[in-house]
Design a protein around this ligand. Structure first.
Ligand code: NAD
Length: 422
């Protein structure tokens, strides 16, 4: 138990995920048998695999691939490389993927993978070796009809290219549809790189409309400055909002008069950190969550908004680009304080939605331009947001519970209709 709890304080993401599910299951009066089925993952694969390091030594790494539910289609979910990965974290992320795919109505179940590694300590050659061997170990359960990985924290289109190549070498022909988030040249989709952040911003636009918040006068803080966070910071700027604070794993920066995001991206590329950015004040990661702003976008890791700091959040909207950034206790505090939350399973679903588009394009060998991708993405995100908002207003619950009510019901219906085998 202690090792499972080793990361991000003492809060276990799997317990959080099950608690969130229980809330929805209670409210839906879910059949006891269905509840038992949906409360556990379908499959958990643990692999320990050797990698030859640059110094000639052999190191053994531990990785996971979890498939939470396959009721509505093949499993779908990212692969995370992080020193703090645990089986319980991967189980939580897989369960969240099941609900996320159901909220936006795309035909997938939920999966997730992770390797316990600090990728910053590995050379590019070592990372390729690790990725190819991990892909080999999990290849017994992945495939375009079975389970389709994608990028997550510390993995990217290059990682996906290596996995696609490894899988294709095993079967003897090219299988672009085995992963998404690939480079465009290998069957990736236009718009996939920005999709998570773009979906988040579509949700923020809808939330602002609902709350009568003028985005052109709004201020924004972003925690995490990777794929989701840095692109969300850029895109919310295109709506006219002012980004006043951002952070990465090394700390944060704050400038109440506004940060030039393109310059912060360039600064981070050059210095490896957002800190020290000219004209801004260096602040701690915790401070970034609590600065004066209208919109807070957590885009890093789980358990960042807890009962300890939820009461100090000044934002009117919390848009969860990250998975699991808020604990159930913090949810209750934010709701009581009138903070409008856009929950992860809705807010960051743009990533998996365009991953789905990529998979469809790969299977059909028929590729779309970016305008088509973005317009289809917008249609799906806006509809999902409106469905969740209507549910939240009707049931007088926060947006997370509303999203769960929709998602869990859809997955439960699919599971019940399929019946129990054998
Ligand atoms: P990434 O590796 O590109 O970026 C992660 C960022 O978080 C980095 O800037 C890192 O420095 C920062 N970070 C790490 N620990 C931090 C801390 N304690 N405080 C502040 N910043 C910290 O990863 P990403 O793909 O942008 O993923 C970020 C979040 O978004 C994760 O929760 C992920 O599951 C979620 N997400 C990503 C996608 C996607 O398509 N990439 C889709 C859905 C959800």
């Amino acid at each position: 138990m202690t090792t499972e709890r080793a990361t991000r304080g003492t809060i276990n993401p799997w317990e959080v995920a099950q608690q969130q599910f229980d809330l929805a299951a209670d409210r839906l009066n879910l059949d006891a048998g269905l509840r038992r089925v949906l409360r556990e993952p379908r499959r958990e694969l643990i692999v320990h695999f050797p990698v030859k390091m640059d110094d000639g030594s052999v190191q053994v790494f531990t990785g996971y691939r979890v498939q939470h539910n396959l009721g509505r289609g093949p499993a779908k979910g990212g692969i995370r490389y992080h020193q703090g990965v645990t089986l319980d974290e991967v189980k939580a992320l897989a369960m969240w993927m099941t609900w996320k795919c159901a909220v936006v109505g795309i035909p997938y179940g939920g999966g997730k993978g992770g390797v316990i590694v600090d990728p910053k300590q590995l050379s590019q050659r070592e990372l390729e070796g690790l990725t190819r061997r991990y892909a080999t170990e999990i290849s017994i359960i992945i495939g375009p009809e079975r389970d389709i990985p994608a990028p997550d924290v510390n993995t990217n289109s290059q990682t996906m290219a290596w996995i696609m190549d490894t899988y294709s070498m095993h079967v003897g022909y090219t299988v672009p549809g085995v992963v998404t988030g690939k480079p465009i040249a290998l069957g990736g989709s236009e718009g996939r790189n920005e999709a998570t952040a773009r979906g988040t911003v579509y949700c923020i636009v809808e939330a602002a409309r609902h709350l009568n918040l003028d985005l052109s006068k709004a201020t924004v803080a972003v925690q995490g400055f990777g794929n989701a966070g840095s692109i969300a910071a850029r895109l919310i700027g295109e709506e006219g909002s002012t980004v006043v604070a951002v952070s990465d794993s090394t700390g944060g920066i704050h400038d109440p008069s506004g940060l030039d995001i393109a310059k912060v991206v360039a600064w981070k590329a050059e210095h490896g950190t957002v800190q020290g950015f000219p004209g801004a004040t260096d602040v701690s990661n915790a401070t970034v969550l609590e600065v004066d702003c209208d919109i807070l976008i957590p885009a890093a890791l789980e358990n960042q908004i807890t009962e300890r700091n939820a009461g100090k959040i000044k934002a009117k909207i919390v848009a969860e680009a990250a998975n699991g950034p808020t604990t159930p206790e913090a949810d209750a505090i934010l709701f009581a304080n009138g903070v409008f939350q856009i929950p992860d399973i809705l807010c960051n679903a743009g990533g998996v939605t365009v991953s789905y588009f990529e998979w469809v394009q790969d299977l059909n060998r028929d590729f779309w331009d970016e305008a088509e991708v973005n317009s289809k993405l917008k249609g799906i995100m806006v509809k999902a947001f409106k469905d969740c908002l209507a549910m939240s207003l009707r049931e007088n619950v926060n947006m997370r519970t509303a999203a769960y009510l929709l998602a869990v019901q859809r997955v439960a219906d699919a599971t019940a209709m399929r019946g129990l085998y054998p």
